[in-house]
Design a binder for this molecule. Sequence first.
Ligand SMILES: Cc1ncc(COP(=O)(O)O)c(C=O)c1O
Length: 413
Amino acid sequence: MVTIEYIVDLVNKHNVWRGKECINLVASENVMSPLAKRLYVSDFMHRYNEHFEKSHYQGTKYCMEIEGFVKRIFGERFNTDKVEPRPLSGGQANLIVLAALTSPGDTIISVGLTSGAHVSHTKFGVVGVLRLEEKVAVNNEDLTIDVDATARLIREKNPKVIILGRSLVLFPEPIKELREEIGWDIPILYDVAHVFGLIYAGKFQEPFEDGADIITTSTHKTFPGPQGGMIIAKKDFPDKLWEKIYYTTFPGLVYNHHIHRLPALVVTALEMNAYGEEYATQIIKNAKKLAEELYDRGLKVLCADRGFTETHQILVDVRDYGGGAKVAEILEDNNIIVTKVALPWDTPKDATENPSGIRIGVQEMTRYGMKEEHMVTLAEFFDRILNRRENVRREVTVFRKNFQKVHYCFNNI
Ligand SMILES: Cc1ncc(COP(=O)(O)O)c(C=O)c1O
């Protein structure tokens, strides 16, 4: 029978292992600052708030104020008053937007699963659940779309929404170029879940300036906030459509929206205002450096001809080492945590059973203070594990001991 001691021990073990001993390179994760973490656990987590403008619940005056700050801060950053912070996750944000803007039978364009689309953009996820028809954009080999061919497809299929953005993201989406070809009639939903922190800090493309209409995001990947989701539309997005998104959020799909997230989200945004540029710059430097160092040690890092990456992510074809599933497991045995991923040439069977690649994200370790010189050490670990078949678990744990403090945040409060 399970005991209290057992559960407490389990949580403590996890906290020590993933929190202090592992080199976490999962591209969709991050850690909150100490202050955000402290504010995350509060009486707000026991309370309800459901509302249009006015709450249906009593006792919500402080929640409404905090939610107002969230809208104001993100609205100021993206020059809009159309900010919806209630979705509980990035996937739910996609569900809300697609449910609001489409009807069953409509066609949407996505970049497709094996070119890195999130499953929610595809017939296996939200798009399928809403009974939409998914047409896959024409992709280049470097996980970007072929603008001319995709524009032709769009003209032919006349989709209701074009979904760009992906879970495997090395480079900006060519939104400007696509807009030049297709005009402005069809809304572009840009799912920036992975790169939101880089965008917020001004170190990636500006979605609305480039021609996107709506962005959906998680608030916890390169943007290092509490786990959650958000929808933001450009200032001149039609009010009628925004209203649809607003009412699809509540009373449509989100009821209590876990308001204890919001103080931590505000603090993270303020910390990003103060330190985001430095943090995002270092992330990109670290990703490029790690990619180079891995490549120099014989690993097949994708997109060498384009400088490997302009984000926090690196993709490596690891078929020579037995494939993504095997490599991710070997690395975990060494306290290095990465994600196995399908690459464009994988068949559906390979993609689920043993995909070709691994995805590495450097954002969390950057937040713990790693710089370019530490990327050399990480590459050495990969080399010893994969090329020389050594187990370096103990050394990884000792190395990680040097990186226990979260940087780029208000540490003295
Ligand atoms: C591009 C993209 N969109 C949406 C999601 C889903 O985000 P969440 O886990 O917050 O639902 C992910 C997940 O990692 C993602 O990569």
